[in-house]
Design a protein around this ligand. Structure first.
Ligand SMILES: C[S@@+](CC[C@H](N)C(=O)[O-])C[C@H]1O[C@@H](n2cnc3c(N)ncnc32)[C@H](O)[C@@H]1O
Length: 314
């Protein structure tokens, strides 16, 4: 008889105890966390929100992404899981959030690492998007020191470099940063470019209080709400007082909360305009404006996305 078949003969509470003991010894074993989450869900011991997350992200033995990326999830979530493993049953929903957060970030990075298609196709529409959608919104901002967050292959950076002398390019993929370095080098004319690879939720290589504009276009739309939440604290940290964030993000969470970006329309995440207002307040950022976007801007459906303008308040 297979080990798993034997295990399934034991009552759920004994299997939960075994997971708990195993996690004390090996807190970064994602399979054990997943088993515990699945057991607790089967016993109705998760909140409705957590149960929805488990289903939408397939946090279960047969879930593909959570297992394919388990090593990378363990690397990035490791410290937090170490702490949570001291009382795994009580803290199971925190562990679930942590696993879901990193699963989405790693999967989103992976999708854009190997795909050259997006970057080539997107290059052809940036002139229209910049002239008709982006520049009219950002034209009066202070461009002294900019972050292009999740810069991809630099199609936005190209336009930003006409306005600024100092640009930080941040992306989860080394391949994207390499493509930008090839495109821009370290400087041209009077513009200085600074290149940074992030784990997917921070900008710790950028000094606090130095940035006048954090800019993100067509990237955050895919970021899970928990990733956006982490980034907002970082955005608040790097911005100077009165500095501005221009963030193009998903509003799909309004229709499908706690859903998986990889399966949603336009691969939009569970972020929403409403959540952005809450997260901004927690991160000491003032919401200056929000504009829902949809078919008029070329996205597949109305109110799919949102552009939020946030200001750092002193
Ligand atoms: C759809 S592309 C858009 C790139 C660029 N903003 C543009 O408009 O061409 C999404 C980019 O986000 C990056 N990315 C995905 N998840 C990330 C994360 N958590 N943190 C930083 N970059 C991320 C990807 O590597 C990719 O370059």
């Amino acid at each position: 008889m297979l080990k798993e078949q034997i295990a399934s003969l034991f009552p759920a509470h004994r299997r939960m105890r075994r997971c708990e003991n195993d996690l004390l010894v090996n807190p970064r074993n994602i399979s054990t966390w997943v088993e515990l989450i699945e057991l607790m869900k089967s016993k109705d011991k998760l909140s409705k929100r957590a149960a929805t997350l488990v289903d939408s992200h397939e946090i279960k033995k047969t879930g593909h992404a959570v297992h394919v990326f388990s090593e990378m999830i363990a690397n990035r979530a490791g410290k937090r899981l170490d702490a949570l493993s001291r009382s795994p049953i009580e803290r199971i929903e925190d562990a679930l959030d942590e696993i879901v957060k990193w699963k989405t970030a790693i999967q989103c990075g992976h999708t854009h690492d190997v795909s050259k298609g997006y970057f080539t196709d997107a290059e052809s529409v940036i002139e229209y998007q910049w002239d008709n959608i982006i520049y009219p919104i950002i034209k009066d901002f202070d461009f002294t020191e900019i972050v292009d967050l999740a810069c991809g292959h630099g199609r936005n950076t190209e336009y930003l470099s006409r306005l600024s002398n100092n640009i930080h390019l941040v992306d989860i993929n080394q391949s994207c940063i390499d493509a930008c370095r090839d495109r821009f080098k370290l400087s041209y004319d009077t513009v200085r470019f600074h290149y940074h690879v992030t784990d997917g939720n921070h900008m710790k290589m950028i000094e606090s209080g130095t940035i006048t504009l954090v800019y993100s276009w067509d990237s955050m739309v895919h970021f899970d709400k928990l990733i956006v939440k982490d980034y907002l604290f970082e955005i608040s940290r790097v911005l100077k007082n009165e500095g501005i964030a221009f963030l193009h993000h998903s509003n799909y969470g309004e229709f499908a909360p706690d859903s998986d970006w990889a399966k949603n329309a336009g691969t939009r995440s569970d972020m929403s305009a409403r959540l952005m207002r809450d997260y901004a307040e927690n991160a000491a950022l003032e919401v200056v404006d929000q504009k829902l976007q949809g078919r008029a801007e070329g996205w597949g459906q109305d109110e799919l996305d949102c552009v939020s303008i946030l200001r750092k308040v002193g």
